[in-house]
Design a protein. Structure first.
Length: 317
């Protein structure tokens, strides 16, 4: 199998940017400067929330005939406009995702002192109750006062803005604008920052993706193996000297890498001991894969083989 390119299918300028970020930010879990903000790596505290919201980033507009002519950002926003529970769910996912990666709370920010009144905070909820009871035709937003400085001018922390002329969308995060090109960068930065094994597959033929997903489903059902996030965390703690507090504060990226490496190390030790003792013999030319030095595999691993590989396997039978 030819050496894979982890950034294959991604726009060249974004791929070059990711290569720099890989060395400068990702491997040290440093926040990435972005449009006046910082993109922080998600930690294990937010594992479930981040995993559920990451569909905002992996959403593939080209799989929907309605989305082909849209930008990724416009297509994502269009999901929030679906009537009913589905639209509300997409709105929640966008809000939660940005809270995690930008280390902010969705709410109103006082322009005078910078205090943020989160929409789920007691102060804001009390304001809503007061506003409901107020019998006035005045703008009820004037009733809201900052508890720290008494200021009454606020900025929305997370806002979706539509251009009246172009009908295109942009995001306003803590006063900083993210346009459609910025969002294309954001998607890839966040996914590669948090998932070390992530590969963009938006360019892959839909039939191939569907076939692969079905193969994985059948394989999963055959193995009937699984482990909750909690169990994985306990296993990593037992196998290493990490405390639970350290694991919860660990980035998702480092947790995934650590868990996989511990598993590789245990398997390597077992196979090494078995072969050296003579209980197990390897086929001619085959060696035990080292737990540190790993072969770079294709996006779909060994699920598909080339004609030459198949011919070689058949001739060895």
């Amino acid at each position: 199998m030819a050496e894979s390119n982890k950034y294959y299918g991604i726009a060249k300028d974004i791929a070059e940017e990711l290569k720099v970020y890989e060395l400068k930010y990702f491997r040290e879990d440093k926040p990435v400067p972005f449009c006046g903000l910082y993109i922080y790596p998600a930690t294990m505290h937010d594992y479930e929330a981040f995993s559920n919201c990451s569909s905002c980033l992996t959403l593939n507009k080209n799989e929907d005939p309605m989305g082909i002519r849209m930008s990724q950002l416009d297509y994502l926003v269009s999901k929030t406009q679906i009537q009913g529970e589905e639209g509300s769910l997409w709105s929640y996912k966008i809000q939660k995702l940005f809270e995690i990666i930008f280390h902010i709370k969705n709410g109103l920010k006082c322009k005078k002192c910078g205090r943020v009144l989160a929409y789920d905070s007691p102060e804001f909820l009390n304001f809503i109750e007061t506003a409901k009871k107020a019998e006035t035709t005045d703008d009820i937003s004037q009733l809201l006062k900052c508890p720290d400085c008494e200021g009454n001018e606020f900025l929305e922390m997370i806002k979706i803005l539509k251009d009246a002329k172009t009908n295109k969308y942009s995001l306003i995060i803590d006063g900083h604008t993210i346009n459609k090109k910025d969002y294309d960068r954001l998607r890839q930065i966040v996914l590669f920052q948090n998932y070390p094994e992530y590969r963009d597959d938006s360019w892959v033929d839909a039939a191939v993706k569907q076939d692969y997903d079905e193969r994985m489903r059948i394989k999963h059902n055959q193995n009937k193996l699984g482990a909750s996030v909690e169990r994985k965390m306990v296993c990593l703690s037992i196998a290493t000297n990490y405390t639970f507090e350290q694991i919860y504060n660990m980035s998702i990226r480092k947790f995934m890498m650590a868990l996989n490496i511990v598993d590789d190390l245990i398997n390597y030790k077992i196979m090494k001991t078995a072969t050296m003792s003579g209980f197990v013999s390897l086929p001619k030319g085959q060696t035990i894969e080292h737990w540190i030095y790993k072969e770079e595999k294709d996006m779909y691993g060994d699920s598909y083989k080339s004609k030459d590989e198949l011919d070689s396997q058949v001739s060895s039978l």
